[in-house]
Design a protein around this ligand. Structure first.
Ligand SMILES: O=P(O)(O)OC[C@H]1O[C@H](O[C@H]2O[C@H](CO)[C@@H](O)[C@H](O)[C@H]2O)[C@H](O)[C@@H](O)[C@@H]1O
Length: 294
């Protein structure tokens, strides 16, 4: 853990001068950020985990939050209507990696895990999670056989609702992923699942759940009038697309790319703001929290 959670984070001391937030590169993004800053009580801040709040690492179990990330989340959570981590990770993994459950003042924090299939609410401490699809069970056995001859370093992350094939630790991750993807996509389909690519991973997951759907549902539930969405991978694109639709219905939106050499152009190029990885994300959250200080 990078941060002590023995006492609730109180945030930084108020700076002498409050830094201005960066200017989004699109007028729509500028309007979205202005809406958030003007009426934060009606805003939703929706953040991805891996690559956005946590630097990308070789092993998923080692992906702890970037220094200052939980403190920044805590500060923002006290200043806007809702803060949510919307992630491909299971809720349990996020709670374990972030120790979020130990942060006493994250009252408005939600974790929507497995692309919205699961939900944890800091206010109640409760997790809701449906039964996994039967296809995950049958795929689990088939996958062991399908990966028998895969290059050394290939591994499977079992998320109960989905199985993720990781290739980051193989000698040539890009070539390995390209070689495995067609057969694994067919296999996923045979078991009623879909294959979704990510940073050096292929996720075999239930169809019909993505971050766009999760975001739209949360905006409707909370009656949010503005949203900031941050992400770093293809799995975040549906949420960016949802922001475009939401703008058309009068909800202000600003999209943020947590940049690194691995970020797909499809995401970077359509973001309203680009920050320098999780460290840049922490700075942005701190600047926004400073700006929103009562
Ligand atoms: O929606 P996210 O929070 O970004 O989660 C998406 C997937 O991220 C994880 O994989 C990524 O991060 C790993 C740890 O840094 C890295 O080793 C891997 O190469 C990345 O693709 C996670 O393991 C998946 O389960 C998530 O679905």
């Amino acid at each position: 853990m990078t941060e002590s959670s023995t006492s609730p984070p109180t945030g930084r001391a108020a700076p002498a001068t409050v830094e201005s937030p960066p200017t989004p590169r699109t007028p729509a993004g500028g309007a979205g950020l202005a809406a958030l800053l003007t009426a934060p009580e009606n805003a939703l801040v929706a953040l991805d985990y891996d690559g956005t709040l946590s630097p990308i690492v070789s092993r998923p179990g080692d992906a702890v939050p970037a220094p200052g990330a939980m403190a920044a989340l805590s500060r923002i959570a006290r200043r806007v209507g809702t803060v949510a981590i919307i992630t491909g990770r299971p809720v349990d993994a996020v709670l374990q990696l972030t120790e979020a459950a130990r942060f006493a003042d994250l009252g408005r924090l939600l974790v929507l895990g497995q692309y919205g299939l699961q939900r944890w609410d800091a206010e109640t401490g409760q997790t809701t999670s449906p039964e996994p699809l039967p296809g995950v069970g049958t795929l689990r056995s088939a996958l062991t056989e399908a990966l028998q001859d895969a290059p050394a370093g290939t591994s499977v992350e079992d998320k109960q609702h989905a199985l993720v094939v990781h290739v980051r630790r193989t000698a040539d991750p890009d070539a390995t992923l390209a070689a495995l993807t067609p057969a694994l996509s067919r296999l996923a389909q045979d078991h009623g699942l879909e294959a979704a690519p990510g940073k050096r991973v292929l996720e075999l997951r239930p169809p019909g759940h993505d971050k766009g759907r999760a975001l739209r549902a949360l905006i409707a539930e909370r009656g949010a009038r503005s949203v900031l969405v941050a992400g770093d991978d293809l799995g975040d694109l549906p949420a960016f697309e949802a922001v475009d639709e939401l703008r058309a219905s009068g909800v202000g939106g600003v999209t943020v790319c947590s940049d690194s050499p691995e970020v797909p152009d499809a995401l970077r190029l359509r973001a309203d703001l680009v920050v320098d990885g999780p460290a840049g994300m922490v700075t942005l959250l701190e600047v926004l929290a400073d700006r929103l200080m009562p």
